[in-house]
Design a protein. Sequence first.
Length: 308
Amino acid sequence: MDREVVGARRAAWATLMFALLWSARDEAHALALRGPSADMRISSIPLGRASGAGRPMGKVTVANTGDEPVEVVMRLAATRPVELKDGYEPAPELSWARLTRTRLKIPPGAEGESPLLVALPPDRSLLGGQYQLEWIGEASAPSGARLELRSRVLLDVVPEDGAPAQVRRAGQGALNFALSPPEGRLEKVPLGRKKDLRELGLKVKLENMDQRAVSFRLSLSIDTLDNKNHEEGFEPAPNPHFLKPASPVVSVGPDSVGEARFFLQIPDERRYRGRSWIFVVHVEPLEADEAAAKDFRLLVRTQQEAAM
């Protein structure tokens, strides 16, 4: 066989063996880390207050499940548009959240953590908003192995500023009231416009058939829909506060009919076109037991094309 061919083959085998040995070396020193969940959700964030050094609103935990020590350098960053979770918008300011520790040194088999503090401005336009940041952890080990971890930080702002204007008056017994209609459907809802449901042909009536005045508290469900509110072809609204009551409490006189007004505003973004959602409003009479509460369902299909 030609010596040049033999030499070339030997060189090729040597290169392959070197690559395999290097790969085995890297695998032996591969980092084994368990970072935060894909979504770190912080709920019920109030306006105009910091969580304070002693009251963090969340924490970031990283576990080292490998066999060598690691150092993790952490930071918060703006969210890339492609990473936005449905119902969430990029946080306008990175300063809304901060890590009390940005560098963790974690021995094998141990965990490191940093509290996460949140402080929002006293801006009422943020009420009910859902905002997103990115957590990034860059890990390295003495062997030279490196790994990057990422998680979404989801910030859910309270829908109302301060305590509810009225609270339940327990022990008031049963109440006879009707919710009409119990369900509404809206088709081809335009995006980017604040719409009164009455403009869309839907009025929600509260009929108090009792001989006493009653106050009804209206709240949007933020949890996964239960079986009774499931509807084929529809999914829970990604941000229930796209739908907002004109007032969180509606008072209706004895043997009278009142109206619960709502406004619907869905951001004009491509990801929200042609979607089918369910909004669930919990209607709770404050002068009766919790068992008297009822749910109003609103089924919404958004327009397919952008508004002209």
